[in-house]
Design a protein around this ligand. Structure first.
Ligand SMILES: [Zn+2]
Length: 226
């Protein structure tokens, strides 16, 4: 394999990374899972732990625990949570999960989102990799350097300049009107759209198990203002 890593672009890819994490799909897994080329610096033990955390955080959530794929995964989930070596992960989960309603005045945020108070960062890292991976999957080139892939929460959204919020809302409303792509039995659905002025400025909606939603965007990194 001589492909460039889709995440850093600095190294040759010597692995394939599943996006989103394959652990969220129960066995037998669908045969159309998406993988992207990644180097071992960007696809390592830490990212695997993030993926596992992401799966656990979703699967213990109210409303999601009745999804057929989650019911099938329950024995593994319980084993995972009872594993003394994973005590740290279990405690981190129980301490930090909160549910937040995500409704902005304009109503663009999806109804409910899983938020992890201190570890939203960890979920965001997984979502960021998923966005970069899907960007590559669809465009056949990696998200250029100088662009960020971020989960958008209500607080950060409110701080954007008004014209930027408008652009984003327009993109989101457009993609909400179209059907999404679903992988697995309703396990993962995604939608995305482009800013007509900048094809690398993209917006994303991810929904897991028909319940937990994330909004994301790839956009030029903001230069520190003087
Ligand atoms: Zn890399």
């Amino acid at each position: 394999m001589t492909k460039q890593c889709v995440y850093c672009g600095a190294f040759e890819a010597d692995t394939f990374d599943h996006i989103p994490p394959k652990g969220i799909f129960s066995q037998p897994r669908p045969n159309n899972l998406i993988t992207v080329p990644a180097c071992r610096q960007c696809h390592n033990d830490e990212t695997s732990k993030d993926d596992e955390y992401f799966r656990l955080a979703l699967q213990v959530r109210d409303g999601i625990d009745t999804h057929p794929d989650v019911i099938k995964a329950r024995p593994t989930l319980l084993r995972s949570l009872q594993n003394p070596r994973k005590l740290g992960m279990r405690n981190a989960l129980l301490k930090n999960i909160v549910l937040t309603e995500l409704v902005t005045p304009s109503g663009i945020f999806i109804k409910k989102q899983l938020a992890i108070q201190t570890d939203m960062k960890r979920l965001s890292r997984v979502m960021s990799r998923t966005m970069k991976g899907l960007f590559y999957h669809h465009n056949k080139y990696r998200l250029p350097d100088g662009y960020d892939a971020r989960v958008i929460d209500q607080d950060s959204f409110q701080k954007w300049p008004a014209n930027d919020r408008e652009v984003y809302e327009k993109m989101i409303n457009q993609i909400l009107a179209r059907p999404g792509v679903t992988i697995g039995n309703g396990v993962f659905t995604y939608r995305f759209g482009f800013n007509t002025n900048d094809p690398n400025d993209t917006c994303w909606i991810f929904v897991f198990y028909g319940q937990a939603g994330f909004l994301g965007r790839t956009f030029p990194q903001v230069k520190p203002s003087a």
